[in-house]
Design a protein around this ligand. Structure first.
Ligand SMILES: [Zn+2]
Ligand SMILES: [Zn+2]
Ligand SMILES: [Zn+2]
Length: 276
């Protein structure tokens, strides 16, 4: 399988509307970031979607998605579910299974109440099935042979889901990983993790917080996501190098570096292999 980053930007996306900063005006395509979302490909044009944000239609076109096996939702913030209506093109033959926590599914039911109401024939609506998931318990995604596990993470005071599929974990909108969840992440080879910006934030890891967590989880490769416009893609690479150098005196950081493990900013369209 293959894992693809459909969007690596924070809730505003980059460029930010009306912003003339150097990052928003950058000509480097890596600095163009749609809202955070990912796709685990089970076939050339098919796969499992993680979050359906406001740019889902554009992301699906760009990634040439023709079939959705399922949707895994991290939480119900607007930047993660407000593209949900656009999954309807994928639900003509089959109700799309949508997996998340009871709380998030309740919010989806409220926000998209028209989907669950009897309405006149002819109006297009997404056909979805809401399936609550027990955190920490691997389950098989309906219609596939792929298993996923919901990993509870803290988004400020809100407990939301990260998702693990095989050797890959996706932890967006995360400011803290509880110890029990770190056990669910044991052995991951690829980690995508929230790193909003350099300055601290109450509900998201900043760069330093994300790097501290990466060193603890110790995947072979880690990618930062949910990035804001404070730093360009190139500047984040340099920031990471500087952090590793200045913290290289610490045993766990030194071990991480000596093992040849890598940390880099994600970008839209980034793809890597996933072993389910
Ligand atoms: Zn978000
Ligand atoms: Zn800007
Ligand atoms: Zn959020």
């Amino acid at each position: 399988m293959e894992f693809e980053i459909l969007g690596s930007g924070t809730s505003h996306g980059i460029p930010v509307i009306g912003c003339d900063c150097a990052v928003c005006a950058s000509a480097d395509p890596h600095d163009n970031r749609y809202r955070a979302s990912a796709f685990a490909r089970t076939g050339e044009h098919a796969g499992i979607l993680i979050d359906a944000g406001p740019e889902f239609r554009l992301q699906a076109l760009r990634a040439k998605i023709r079939k959705l096996d399922a949707l895994l939702v991290t939480h119900a913030h607007a930047d993660h579910i407000h593209g949900l209506d656009d999954v309807r093109i994928f639900t003509h033959d089959r109700d799309l299974p949508v997996y998340s926590s009871r709380q998030t599914l309740r919010e989806i039911r409220d926000r998209f109440d028209y989907v669950f109401k009897e309405t006149q024939k002819g109006g297009g609506k997404p056909h979805i099935r809401l399936l609550p998931v027990e955190p920490g318990v691997p389950f098989r995604i309906d219609g596939t042979g792929v298993f996923a596990t919901a990993v509870p993470i803290m988004h400020g005071e809100l407990e939301i889901f990260g998702w693990r599929i095989g050797d890959t974990a996706y932890l967006t909108d995360c400011g803290e990983v509880p110890d029990a969840s770190r056990e669910l992440l044991a052995g991951v080879k690829r980690l995508v993790i929230d790193a909003l910006r350099e300055r601290p934030h109450t509900t998201h890891f900043n760069f330093a917080g994300a790097l501290e967590e990466i060193v603890k989880i110790a995947p072979e490769r880690a990618y930062l996501t949910h990035i804001c416009h404070d730093f360009s893609h190139g500047e984040i690479f340099r920031w990471i190098e500087g952090w590793l150098r200045s913290n290289g005196g610490r045993a766990e950081v030194r071990r991480f570096m000596d093992a040849g493990k890598k940390i880099e900013p994600a970008h839209d369209g980034l793809r890597f292999d996933l072993i389910p």
